[in-house]
Design a protein around this ligand. Structure first.
Ligand SMILES: Nc1ncnc2c1ncn2[C@@H]1O[C@H](COP(=O)(O)OP(=O)(O)O)[C@@H](O)[C@H]1O
Ligand SMILES: [Mg+2]
Length: 244
């Protein structure tokens, strides 16, 4: 059964067609990688799916319900949560406070909330930073915090927008392990936008390629990376995309 279904989604910004007739589905527990050149519409697609932008045409359904144009908070409470490409934690709060805030809608009670938040902070490797103000975090730490905030709400579907960008290879490995374990241990469905092809190849069951707002290809990582249209539109474009 599909947990996420996108049908005929289109979105234009003052005449610029950011998305045109986008169709795809994601099965429960599946990991879908989303790739495509800069400006292809990847982040806009997440904005539409997570409710930040209402599409001009088409529908988004989550767990069998039409959520097109629903408020992001409502979609998040229902279990579909996204991370932002540009992290925006509450700078004056500690890492633990930021993560606790993201889990608040579970109404756990102070002690349980704190335990849960600490557990998530540990899980993303921010244990030593739990009581530091979040503005003190380096880039890799902010990325982990962004992931921790998403995890704290115990999502069924997690939308990840370039969570590996800005991380050096040694910092990527634990994040990839964590993402794989979310699916293995908790059955979390993942949609992840990523430029680092090695990560896409390792993690994704299927890959969706966006180009100029359209779905250029969908298939296994092997199918997609050997598709001449994909190589033309994206993979051949810049050597840095192969794996920086
Ligand atoms: N809020 C917005 N207002 C106007 N144009 C936008 C907005 N968001 C995205 N765009 C434009 O839509 C296109 C797709 O952007 P985006 O979804 O961010 O691409 P990607 O994430 O694949 O790099 C780009 O041309 C971008 O400039
Ligand atoms: Mg983007």
């Amino acid at each position: 059964m599909s947990i996420v279904q996108v049908d005929g989604v289109g979105k234009a910004f003052r005449g610029l067609r950011a998305l045109s007739d986008v169709d795809f589905h994601v099965a429960e527990g599946e990991i879908l990688g989303i790739i495509g050149p800069n400006g292809a519409g990847k982040t806009t697609l997440f904005n539409v799916v997570a409710g930040a932008i209402r599409p001009d045409t088409g529908r988004v359904s989550f767990a069998g319900r039409d959520v097109t144009g629903a408020a992001p908070e409502k979609i998040a409470r229902a279990g579909m949560v996204r991370t932002f490409q540009l992290m925006r934690p509450f700078g004056s709060m500690t890492v633990l406070e930021n993560v606790s805030l993201a889990a608040q809608h579970h109404r756990l009670g102070a002690r349980k909330l704190r335990e849960h938040a600490l557990d998530v902070v540990d899980r993303v490797g921010l244990g030593p930073w739990a009581y530091r103000v979040s503005t003190e975090l380096p880039t890799a730490g902010l990325k982990r915090l962004e992931l921790a905030r998403a995890l704290a709400s115990r999502p069924k579907v997690l939308l990840l927008d370039e969570v590996l960008a800005g991380l050096v290879p040694a910092e990527r490995e634990p994040v990839l392990d964590l993402l794989a374990s979310l699916r293995e241990q908790e059955g979390v469905t993942l949609l992840f936008i990523e430029h680092i092809m090695a990560a896409v190849m390792r993690l994704a069951d299927r890959v969706l390629v966006l180009d100029q707002g359209r779905v250029l290809a969908v298939g296994s990582p092997e199918e997609v990376t050997s598709d001449p249209r994909v190589i033309d539109a994206y993979l051949g474009e810049e050597p840095t995309h192969a794996d920086a």
